[in-house]
Design a protein around this ligand. Structure first.
Ligand SMILES: Nc1nc2c(ncn2[C@@H]2O[C@H](COP(=O)(O)OP(=O)(O)OP(=O)(O)O)[C@@H](O)[C@H]2O)c(=O)[nH]1
Ligand SMILES: Nc1nc2c(ncn2[C@@H]2O[C@H](COP(=O)(O)OP(=O)(O)OP(=O)(O)O)[C@@H](O)[C@H]2O)c(=O)[nH]1
Ligand SMILES: [Mg+2]
Ligand SMILES: [Mg+2]
Ligand SMILES: [Zn+2]
Ligand SMILES: [Zn+2]
Lengths: 211, 211
């Protein structure tokens, strides 16, 4: 008898709502400072030209990230979590109040910077990205396996710094595949734009992105 | 009537034990990958020449960090927390089993990489460092205020990369002081060794380091 956590009940209802409205929902998790917001700034700006996009972003304090994302012109809302170190489905549901999901093609959800708790909270998204910057060490997938196990795709960020930090690309890939065999891995730089188009093509393709 | 959390009871007892044994206990918190282990590798190697040092390190999985720290020759133990994203005083007490604290001058405790939960768990340490690398963005103190509020000193790491990432030193200092006025801030690179001696002098000075 599987006891559905309260969060899973709300997440399932959200997923149904998203599917009914035809909104593709993509969430991002990472360590603090791995580059979620900078990545989204680029993605929202590029996608907003061709699609109807919006974003939610969670942080313990400040609305700094929402202000940065709002520069893209897309509707953005900040979820201030206070002391909670992850987003929950209920917070997402509350934050969507008054938004017409039928008028959206994409909704991005940036989670609180944390490589642990966010892994256990389904937000109703169709697709979850785990970002991992070249500056934080190639061992993160081995040390924080669950966040990689519960994501669909890994995105290695800040590739423009790879040479400066002596990033060991083979080790990083091997570590990701050790905890999540077959995981799709993208490499990009939100600063230079390198690699961004390859990832965008996967979400703009006609076939739906499965969880 | 202040209800002491169970953790606080254990932490108080540990602090008493540390004081009685004359061991100076210093803990480190940060985001994943900010450089706690590399900093400690250097510090243990330098201090082991003149003092009796040991270390405990917490991670969800692997003993990678303990292996790296053990290269210094100091006794090191890994605490594998499984799914718990922070260290607790009880884990520290259990890990110290069989160690003779009277034979130590310094004990370092590296916490799990996480800018949230570790702030609420006293480990009995006399001194807590929050590390913050130049690569993760100058806004971290504003977005994760509690971890800065509960630390004694801030250490800005990876200063050798400051120019490459366009690190805004003034903004970082202003943000730290906004959430923790008067906080002592050190800047260093564990890679080049720059700035390390300045910090070491503060812990090797004759007067005890207060919490
Ligand atoms: N060189 C370089 N720096 C980057 C890149 N992406 C982000 N950064 C920098 O990394 C730091 C953190 O970036 P953010 O986008 O704020 O990271 P975040 O994951 O959203 O951080 P939190 O929301 O606090 O968890 C900032 O100083 C950015 O300028 C990149 O592709 N290349
Ligand atoms: N350039 C440079 N890189 C550093 C420095 N300190 C650490 N690093 C790099 O940063 C990455 C992470 O360093 P670690 O020491 O493993 O970080 P940590 O905080 O112990 O990581 P967790 O234990 O997983 O939270 C590694 O790739 C290190 O080589 C430094 O001073 N300069
Ligand atoms: Mg952000
Ligand atoms: Mg470490
Ligand atoms: Zn949490
Ligand atoms: Zn925790």
């Amino acid at each position: 008898q599987k006891v559905l956590k309260q969060n899973d009940v709300v997440a399932r209802a959200l997923r149904q709502r998203f599917n009914d409205a035809g909104v593709r929902v993509i969430s991002l998790v990472s360590s603090p400072g791995s580059g979620k917001t900078m990545f989204l700034e680029r993605v929202l700006t590029l996608l907003a030209k061709r699609h109807r996009v919006a974003a939610l972003v969670g942080d313990l304090a400040t609305d700094n990230d929402a202000q940065r994302l709002a520069r893209s012109g897309a509707p953005v809302r900040q979820i201030v979590t206070g002391t909670v170190c992850h987003l929950e489905a209920q917070m997402v549901q509350d934050a969507l109040e008054g938004w017409d999901l039928d008028s959206l093609d994409y909704l991005f959800i940036e989670n609180v910077g944390n490589l642990v708790c966010p892994a256990s909270y389904d937000l109703g998204e169709a697709h979850r990205l785990v970002l991992f910057s070249v500056t934080e060490g190639e061992d993160k997938p081995l040390k924080y396996p669950t966040i990689f196990n519960t994501a669909d795709v890994a995105v290695i960020t800040k590739m423009d710094l790879a040479a400066a930090v002596g990033f060991d690309r083979a080790a990083a890939h091997a570590n990701i595949l050790a905890v999540r065999p077959g995981m799709q891995i993208f490499e990009l730089s939100a600063k230079t734009g390198e690699g961004l188009e390859e990832w965008l093509q996967t979400i703009e393709s006609p076939q739906p992105v499965s969880a």
